[in-house]
Design a protein around this ligand. Structure first.
Ligand SMILES: CC(C)(COP(=O)(O)OP(=O)(O)OC[C@H]1O[C@@H](n2cnc3c(N)ncnc32)[C@H](O)[C@@H]1OP(=O)(O)O)[C@@H](O)C(=O)NCCC(=O)NCCS
Length: 160
């Protein structure tokens, strides 16, 4: 089966399930963020993001442990922005990131959101390709967007 056909109708691996973020998840989410994105954010940030749009903060659990999450906000009435998406290293390339992004996109559609945007490091070729396969496009460069001085790209997807 080709990679692209595998992604169509992607499902979570057996024994995994998705649910909304609970406040007690913040400690683990912080750890995943540190490992996967190299950023050490205060716990309060995750609570604030959840408070801003609870349905836009989704976690994946397997065997009682959180293994992935996506978190987004609504910067305008019909626009959503993915702030973070991360899958624990040992669970990557199984379709989990695709399922999470698809679920986030469905929640946006339900709210009649017309576009989803995000930022990604210029050097993160794997994530850029991942998002492009899900219908996102690079819109423009964000010079020195990250605190360490690296450039980023703004990526965008329009929802029909
Ligand atoms: C980017 C990221 C979220 C992708 O998550 P993931 O769960 O590995 O994503 P998927 O498994 O859905 O897709 C990844 C690849 O696996 C392939 N794949 C999908 N389902 C698969 C399956 N069932 N079996 C094997 N491979 C599969 C896809 O074709 C895809 O290939 P591509 O990346 O070459 O396009 C993950 O790599 C990650 O956490 N990276 C670190 C943090 C990061 O960079 N986040 C994004 C920037 S904010």
């Amino acid at each position: 089966m080709s990679r692209s056909s595998r992604r169509e109708g992607a499902r979570l691996p057996v024994l995994s399930h998705m649910r909304e973020f609970f406040p007690e998840d913040a400690v683990v989410i912080r750890e995943i963020t540190k490992d996967a994105l190299g950023e050490d954010y205060p716990l309060s940030l995750f609570h604030d993001i959840h408070g801003a749009w609870p349905e836009g903060f989704i976690v994946v659990k397997q065997d009682d442990a959180i293994i992935a999450f996506i978190a987004g906000i609504l910067p305008a009435r019909r626009r959503a922005r993915i702030l973070m998406l991360a899958v624990r290293d040992s669970y990557r390339n199984q379709g989990i990131g695709t399922v999470l992004t698809d679920e986030f996109t469905e929640r946006c559609r339900t709210r009649k959101i017309s576009s989803i945007e995000l930022e990604v490091r210029k050097s993160n070729a794997g994530a850029i390709r991942f998002y492009e396969r899900l219908g996102f496009h690079i819109r423009y460069l964000l010079p020195r967007f990250y605190t360490d001085g690296e450039d980023g790209y703004k990526m965008w997807k329009t929802l029909p």
